[in-house]
Design a protein around this ligand. Structure first.
Ligand code: FES
Length: 159
């Protein structure tokens, strides 16, 4: 027998996903306290909130850097684009391994299986932005830009 999905269920799921997304925007990841607040405000169980947060890769339950770099290691990026070389390059450049965050909290490096941009391999996503046809020169330029942005932001906050 097929599972019946009612319109109200979809609406509640949408509200929960939206609330989690907003909560994550506040601190960069979902803290236990944030998930408890979401459960209370929406009147759903904490178990439902936790299981939803852990099911969707969009949500993070651990702290990450300001810039989360996700390098695609999918087949196209691997075969056509030299994704492994790119990951190695970023690991050396940032001084961390995939799955780690730099000591200054600026960058987290991750690998993912496909960013749905196979025709423009190799690709990576940094936060919500997709970068395609990558070379080590482009990567250098991007990392420099992110560092400059962070420095400008820090300078603004000090003045
Ligand atoms: S394999 Fe890299 S974007 Fe699809």
């Amino acid at each position: 027998m097929a599972t019946e999905v009612r319109a109200g269920d979809r609406g509640n799921r949408g509200r929960l996903l939206t609330a989690l997304y907003i909560a994550q925007e506040q601190e960069g990841y979902l803290t236990a306290e944030a998930m408890q607040r979401v459960a209370e405000r929406l009147g759903v169980s904490e178990a439902e909130v936790y299981s939803t947060a852990s099911f969707y890769t969009l949500f993070r339950t651990e702290p990450v850097g300001r810039y989360v770099i996700q390098v695609c290691r999918g087949l196209s990026c691997y075969l056509v684009g030299g994704a492994e070389r790119l990951v190695d390059y970023l690991e050396r450049k940032l001084g961390i391994k995939a799955g780690e965050t730099t000591a200054d909290g600026l960058f987290t490096l991750e690998t993912v299986q496909c960013l749905a941009s196979c025709g423009t391999a190799p690709a990576m996503r940094v936060n919500d932005e997709l970068y395609e046809h990558l070379t080590t020169e482009k990567v250098d330029m991007l990392i420099d830009q992110f560092r400059e942005r962070a420095e400008r932001w820090a300078a603004l906050n000090q003045s």
